[in-house]
Design a protein around this ligand. Structure first.
Ligand SMILES: C[S@@+](CC[C@H](N)C(=O)[O-])C[C@H]1O[C@@H](n2cnc3c(N)ncnc32)[C@H](O)[C@@H]1O
Length: 310
């Protein structure tokens, strides 16, 4: 976790990452996609989806500087929130912001590693991942721990990048985005001659196994609600285009339309808001067993193959 936490320790103090979600038109598109045209922010949509349900005890995994937990407490959706992250600087920032907001008694922030989860059993009414699950290497181990830590009627809420994993990206997988970049973005608006692969080289945890999230999620959880919101073109192109002025606004409008068409044609969305429930009974027991044994069996197989070939 060291290189990843060093990256996020720096990032919380001085953000270098350019996020497509911060553009107002893109945000409108995301909010409309999540809330079926109602323009609601994801947590507003979630509140309306819940129809008044509230949570006594929540866990947020990968909280960063803590904006989500402050919001959950402020709106009364959760009474108490535990939250952890691997970056000590981010945890310090989250604690300071909670103190400033006067809610330090309702949130407990601590440093922890996604890949070595130590979660109390049968404790939480809801678990949140907000742009953090795609940084997890040991997906099975963490999902198993989350299943066990949720109470019987507990929920899982994800707002995540579920697109290709970092090792899936190559000249072929980025061909569509490059084609759009070269054909739809005027040369004078490009800030790079050629679109690079969307892999953050300084953060080894970026998109570690994002492409496997949905498959692994379905092992142990029933999906109650799935809201894709794209990013297939926009998130990849966004950092490399000058969007200023009215021409920039028109360009982003065209790209949003192109992305809507892609998704309507069946392309798997790179991002989604998802609400899920852990499987219970025999199905839950079986899923926890799969999360436990399958990665071990894969490791043994890989090691055996390696030994045989050498
Ligand atoms: C994209 S940020 C999301 C932060 C926050 N949820 C938000 O939406 O603002 C990803 C977070 O994952 C954390 N992270 C990455 N790898 C980790 C690991 N192995 N264990 C714990 N945290 C990790 C980083 O420190 C970072 O704060």
């Amino acid at each position: 976790m060291n290189r990843a936490s060093e990256f996020w320790d720096r990032e919380i103090i001085h953000q270098t990452h350019v996020s497509w979600m911060e553009h107002s038109e893109v945000r409108k598109y995301i909010n409309d996609s999540v809330s079926e045209g109602r323009g609601l922010w994801p947590i507003d949509w979630f509140e309306s989806y819940l129809g008044g349900r509230r949570f006594a005890r929540a866990l947020s995994i990968g909280c960063g500087g803590g904006p989500l937990e402050r919001d959950l407490i402020r709106r009364g959706l959760c009474s108490r929130c535990d939250a952890f992250d691997g970056s000590p600087q981010s945890i310090a920032a989250a604690q300071a912001a909670a103190r400033e907001a006067g809610i330090e008694g309702s949130v407990h922030y601590y440093v922890g590693d996604f890949n070595e989860p130590e979660l109390p059993k049968n404790t939480y009414d809801i678990v949140f991942f907000h742009q953090s699950l795609h940084h997890v290497g040991k997906l099975e181990k963490l999902f198993r721990a989350v299943m066990r830590s949720l109470k019987r009627d507990g929920l899982l809420y994800l707002d995540e990048y579920i697109g290709p994993s970092r090792t899936d990206w190559n000249d072929q997988t980025i061909a569509l985005q490059r084609l759009v970049f070269e054909s739809a973005v005027p040369v004078e608006r490009r800030t790079t001659p050629s679109l690079p692969l969307p892999i953050q080289p300084d953060d080894p945890s970026e998109a570690l196994r994002s492409g496997e999230i949905m498959k692994e999620l379905r092992v142990g959880f029933e999906i109650d609600s799935y809201h894709p919101y794209g990013g297939n073109l926009l998130s990849v192109l966004f950092p490399f285009v000058d969007w200023r002025g009215s021409d920039g606004a028109a360009l982003i409008g065209r790209l949003i339309e192109a992305e809507r068409r892609l998704l309507a044609d069946g392309q798997e969305s790179f991002h989604a808001v998802i609400v899920a429930r852990p499987k219970r009974g025999f199905a839950g027991w079986f899923a926890r067993g799969r999360y436990f044994f399958v990665p071990k069996a894969k490791r043994v197989l890989t090691e055996t193959r390696r030994r045989l070939s050498s």
